[in-house]
Design a protein. Sequence first.
Length: 303
Amino acid sequence: MQVRSTFDAHPTLIKTRDYRHIRVDPLTGVLGAEIGGVDLREPLRSEVWEEIAQAYGDHQVVYFPDQDLTHEQHLAFSQHFGEISRVPQLNSVEGYPDVQIIRRLASDTGRVIGENWHADSTFLDNPPTAIVMRAVDVPPYGGDTGFLSMYAAYEALSPKYKAFLEQHSVVHSATRIFGSAYLAQGRKYNAGAARDDLKVEEGDREVAHPLVCTHAATGRPFLYVNKTYAQRIDGFSNEESAPILAFLFEHVSRFDFTCRVRWRKNQILVWDNRCTMHRAIPDYTGQHRYLTRVTIAGAPPAR
């Protein structure tokens, strides 16, 4: 009997729903959707928010075009997704500490933060639940963001490999972002891309999270590992961990797990930072790009 390769396995596709108060146009059958028919400058009626929440839970990444929001409106909309927090490595808008900055100047030629597939700030004890990003000034082309579904990545594994992974945790740290491993590279991120007053020991601090987690809202299992922050399998040596992590990094980046969002001025994008990963596409050298983000607080990832 022929044994099917795990790479023949495909994830569950999103089922379409009927919406009364919003328009939902899926990007792919796995994740991503554009939401229309709503003005985020106005307070959301409960029935409208319920449909947005449903679409967000289904599609994991949703965006709203043509939403010219103030900082106050950005914060007000973000509060629907949970308690607002902030991540330690980013600068904030003056006067709005909870609105943080993602910026690349036209003159910048250095590295872009987030070029690898990652979930945000998994080095924290309580990584963010979600990110609400606003496009303030974006180039006419370039600078898209790729997303992938960690639900899909989990589903496409064989049952025995799932059972193996479910027993283990991964050690995370920010050492490659602002810790000793970052300093050892001898390279710098663009000026203004991250705070320059972070302590190396903060970057080197380690925390372990389960390799397979259960989503608190949907009850669905997902992989929780990323190349930016993962150091090793907890309890394994670096050498023992390396082949497992190498396989997972390759596996999760399968093209059929992904979607790509093109930014437009005044677009609002929300992604679930638990069950997705994302990566920056730095193909806009010589052009200015400025976004602001609000971070939604999270709880410790759990099996």
